[in-house]
Design a protein around this ligand. Sequence first.
Ligand code: GAL
Length: 646
Amino acid sequence: MRLGVCYYPEHWPRERWAADARQMAELGISHVRIGEFAWARFEPEPGRYDWGWFDDAIATLHAAGLKLILGTPTATPPKWLVDRDPSMLAVDADGQVRGFGSRRHYCFSSASYRAECRRIVTAMAERYGEHPAVVMWQTDNEYGCHDTVESYSGSAREAFRDWLAARYGGVATLNAAWGNVFWSMAYRSFDEVDPPVGTVTEPNPSHVVDYQRFCSDQVASFNAEQVEILRRLSPGREITHNFMGAFTAFDHHKVGGDIDLATWDSYPLGFLDMSPFPEDMKQRYLRQGHPDFQAFHHDLYRGCSAKWGVMEQQPGPVNWAPNNPAPLDGMVRLWSLEAFAHGADLVSWFRWRQCPYAQEQMHAGLLRVDAEPAPAFAEARAVARDLEAIKNEVTKPARVALIWSYDGQWIHHAQPQGAGLDLLRQSFETYAVLRRLGLDIDIVSPSAELGDYGMIILPGLPHLPDALMASLKSSSAQIVALCRTGSKTQSFQIPSNLAPGALQDVLDLKVTRVESLREGIVEPVEMHGEQRGVERWREAVETTLPARARYADGEPFWIQDGTVSYLAGWPQTELLGHILATLALEAGIELVLTHEDVRLRNLGNLRFAFNYGPEAVSLSGMAPDGVDYVLGGPDLAPAGVAAWRI
Ligand code: GAL
């Protein structure tokens, strides 16, 4: 359980560095991330490196006993590089070049930019790769931030054609996979295929999904080039990349598989303000963030790499959401401890000190602009103390697995077939329902081992790869497939045996008609004599299996075949909670119904409780009386954290 901070020595006078370093160490911080935006200072003129200042910064931090995470600076190519090679810039869907003056101004497909990146990463790794203070590298910074995964440049178009040729072999295969006989869209060669933008009406969804797969592969290979250099020149050091929240434009399982530690940047208040969550939620959790959003990402990124952590933890108001409130006192501590409770290896705050100039001058740090402590400073100190009580615990596999697929999300996105329908939303809502049952959840990829889970949820994965089907067939878990599971082939066609496609191997059922429902429309479902509801999506199925719940008009809704359940519609929270609780109990999984503001999480032999609400909550009913608390106690103040032995 390591504590870190993001620091920019280039923003502060040299005379200040030693005091900063001392204060970080005194606070309990052990790791400092530096360098990720400093290319123009590392190489002020083409080929003229200036490492002296960075050598000194590293030496100063090292002298204070701090360990370093070096960021490769490829998210911010300098002006001279852009002017010399404007073809490296990305192009947006309207054909507009995305120019210099902020960051992430590059196209992942530019071969010349990749060569420049290999050069600067090699130079940096040759200089610092074996420095005793350097323990970790971060590649680039937030791939995809500011919508930068997709580019429609000339280089991207050429690379896409090569990618298609490698995937399909012959253009006739591509035409068949995409169904290009429709609307005379057939191509005579790969060289005729453009990116799917600028069409009169919607482009072919198969084309759209393949473009996303291509763009994702470009991110992965861009990252892999840096990883290869760093592994060679900086042996024994960990490699990370800092992922984002609610971001699905590239396959994080693939990038995560190439690195040692998947980290992510957690800004609970900014995310809530920018999210599509309902207004009452935004008001209730204004200063706390959504009670499930952080945990969802912790569990998602834990499933992406061998280790995981939070590289940037929000310390106060940010600058980038439409509204930027301050956290409730205690929340910076709560967010940090919650990450550790989910098994984080590192939590690092962004940033050490608020910067008085440029784009992020209104973004809080642990220190204020005048170098006095900001409110988060004391909370960071409190976290360092709390770790003493919990540091020996390690995370155990959960009993419940939720299968998440980036490819599945792209398929949903390419043609949602109804407003507000998307796989990420379905996955998140299912996750939130499971957490209200007090459950720990592993969010895993379709190729994960599913051996020991008691319950496995398919939250609408449109395509079920063979490996996933094989794991499902050999599992004895309760399997719950939500509507739209298995509804497309890999090349975005309707399966010839209809939905749920391959799942029909284990479930005797066919979806014969689907409809999407406008917001506010609820289709009643009868369960145990009570009426509950389905919204957004309803399916008609053909089956000889018995239904455990039916629509009010008698059509089947929850159909079960042995241990495999299928839900022919999108259940409202209460109905979904009821079904998942029933199946979890049948699988022998222990449930704890939680208060609406409280979330639980087990770490080793400890159970944590986190109060996201604005009022104090008693843990009675959630924690047995007389337990041995190692943090907090049975009355949880707002932003309170408790942990007890189980
Ligand atoms: C992240 C980014 C940081 C900083 C931060 C501000 O997206 O990685 O460099 O911009 O947001 O909240």
